[in-house]
Ligand binder design. Structure first.
Ligand code: ZN
Length: 446
C-alpha cells in the first residue's frame, strides 16, 4: 500500500509576489511564517508543497522527481516573469497523515506542548553561556543544515563538516613543530600533493609527512575526539572507528574533487549524524545545568530504556509523576526520542509489574519487587542495572598501566567469563546478566 507524502520545497526569489496555485501535485504558496510577519510586499517568501503517493522504498526517488518538476515549473516562471525563481533543495519528506507521535521514521514529529519548557530553558542558558566554544556553535549550525537537507549527499557533506569543525583546533600540534621547518614543509607538502595524480600515493605521502612532523590527519583527529569525548567504553569506540572515518574522508574527497557519487550514502550520512549527535550531547554540557544536569547515566554505554526507567526511579525513592519522570529522562538522555521511549513504558501496553514498578499517585520502584543477587558475593540489588554495574566494576583497581579488571574475587569471576583484563566490559556483563535475569532473582535462590 503506497502512503501519502508531502514535501516542502523552498523557493528562492526576490521582488516578486506569486499567486497561489496548484498544478500536477505541486502547490505554490506563501510560506506560512512569512504571511504572519509584517513584511514589505517584495519580501514575501514562497514555497512549493509537493504531494505524492509512494511505497516507502521509492519515497526518495519520488521526492527527487517532484523536485525536478518544481524546478521546471520555476524555470517557466523565471522565463515568463524575468525574475529568477529557484526551487531549492527540498526539506524533509513527511507523511501528512501521521502527526501524532514522535517517530523515528517518516511522519511529522510533533513535540507535545508541555515539552516547550525544555526549549525555553536550554535556549536561555545557551544564550547566556560563555562556556560554549564558537566551534561548537558552528558545528551545531552545520548539524542543523544536515538534518534539514533531504538529499543524503547534502546530509553527508554537512555532517562531515560539522564533525571536522569540532576537531579543527586539535588538528595540528603546532608547538611540537620547529617553526623553521614548518613553512618549508607545508610548501613542499602542497607541491607534492598537487603534483601527484594517484590518490593512493598521495595518501601515502600525506601519511609519511604527517608522521614526520607529528601532524594528525583529520580522521585521526576525529577518531581521537570521539574516543576522548565518549570514553573507551562507548560502543562506537572500537578498532574499526578510525578506518571508517578515513573511508568517509576519501568518499568526501572523491565526491568533491572527482565528482564520484558516494556508495551507500544514506547509511553513511546516518552514521555521521550519530557521531555528531553523541559528541554535541557532551559538548553542550554547560547548557544542561540545574534540573537538566544529570549524572544518572555515567556509563558511556547506551542504556536500554527499561533499565533507564528503573535507574531513574531507583534514584527517586519517593516516586515521580509522569511529568517529573519525563524531565528526569530528558536530563539523563538529552534526547527527545529516547525520552519519549522511556516515558512510553508507563503506557497501557506495558507491564509495569514485570519491570518492578508500582503505580499509585506516582510511579515508584516496588520495594517488595524482585531483588537481584550478585553470584560472586551475594550482595543484593533492587535494579538489574546496579547488579550489572557491580559485576563490571567491583574489585577493579587502578594500576600504573591503567585499570586491572582481573583483581579480587569479582575479578576472578570476570577472568572466568573471559572478559578483558584491562578494559571495562559493561556490554558483555549486561548480556550475561540479562540472559540469566530470572535465575539471579533472590526469591529463586532457595
Ligand atoms: Zn558481588
Amino acid at each position: 500500500m503506497p502512503d501519502s507524502y508531502e514535501v516542502r520545497i523552498p523557493i528562492r526569489t526576490e521582488s516578486i509576489s506569486l499567486p497561489e496555485f496548484n498544478v500536477n501535485g505541486l502547490k505554490v504558496r506563501e510560506t506560512p511564517r512569512s504571511r504572519s510577519e509584517d513584511r514589505r510586499a517584495s519580501d514575501k517568501r514562497f514555497e512549493f508543497i509537493a504531494n505524492f503517493q509512494a511505497e516507502q522504498d521509492e519515497r526518495d526517488e519520488k521526492t527527487k522527481e517532484m523536485h525536478e518538476r518544481a524546478q521546471r515549473l520555476s524555470h517557466i516562471i523565471s522565463f515568463l516573469t524575468g525574475h529568477g525563481v529557484v526551487a531549492e533543495t527540498p526539506l524533509k519528506t513527511y507523511r501528512p497523515d501521521s502527526r501524532v507521535r514522535i517517530t523515528e521514521t517518516s511522519g511529522a514529529t510533533v513535540i507535545p506542548s508541555d515539552w516547550e519548557n525544555f526549549f525555553v530553558d536550554l535556549y536561555e542558558v545557551l544564550e547566556e553561556s560563555d562556556e560554549i566554544d564558537t566551534e561548537i556553535l558552528r558545528a551545531l549550525r552545520w548539524f542543523t543544515r544536515g538534518l534539514a537537507s533531504e538529499h543524503p549527499t547534502d546530509r553527508f557533506l554537512a555532517f562531515w563538516l560539522a564533525l571536522e569543525i569540532q576537531v579543527k583546533a586539535q588538528e595540528k600540534s603546532a608547538d611540537e613543530i620547529d617553526p623553521n621547518v614548518e613553512d618549508p614543509v607545508e610548501q613542499a607538502m602542497e607541491a607534492m600533493r598537487n603534483g601527484i595524480e594517484s590518490d593512493y600515493v598521495k595518501s601515502r605521502v600525506n601519511q609519511f609527512i604527517a608522521e614526520a612532523i607529528r601532524d594528525e590527519t583529520i580522521p585521526e583527529a576525529i577518531a581521537r575526539e570521539i574516543r576522548e569525548t565518549l570514553g573507551e567504553n562507548h560502543s562506537i569506540v572500537n578498532n574499526e572507528l578510525e578506518g571508517k572515518i578515513r573511508s568517509f574522508q576519501s568518499d568526501r574527497s572523491d565526491l568533491v574533487h572527482d565528482g564520484d557519487p558516494i556508495d551507500e550514502v544514506k547509511s553513511k550520512a546516518s552514521t555521521l549524524e550519530s557521531y555528531n549527535r553523541l559528541l554535541l550531547k557532551r559538548k553542550l554540557d554547560p547548557v544542561f545545568v540545574e534540573e537538566y544536569g544529570s549524572d544518572m547515566f555515567p556509563d558511556a554505554t547506551e542504556v536500554p530504556r527499561a533499565t533507564a526507567l528503573q535507574i531513574i526511579l531507583a534514584d527517586n525513592p519517593d516516586g515521580l509523576t509522569k511529568a517529573e519522570l519525563r524531565k528526569e529522562a530528558f536530563a539523563a538522555t538529552r534526547d527527545f526520542q529516547q525520552t519519549a521511549r522511556i516515558v512510553e513504558l508507563l503506557g497501557p501496553h506495558h507491564d509495569l509489574e514485570n519491570l518492578g514498578i508500582v503505580e499509585d499517585s506516582v510511579y515508584k520502584l516496588d520495594r517488595d519487587g524482585p531483588v537481584f543477587v550478585c553470584p560472586v558475593c551475594g550482595d543484593e540489588f533492587e535494579v538489574v542495572f546496579a547488579l550489572i554495574r557491580h559485576l563490571t566494576d567491583a574489585d577493579a583497581v587502578e594500576t600504573d598501566e591503567g585499570m586491572d579488571y582481573h583483581s579480587g574475587e569479582h575479578g576472578e569471576w570476570r577472568a572466568d567469563q573471559e572478559l578483558a583484563e584491562n578494559k571495562r566490559e559493561w556490554r558483555e556483563v549486561d548480556s550475561w546478566v540479562t540472559k540469566r535475569r530470572e535465575k539471579l532473582r533472590a526469591d529463586d535462590k532457595e
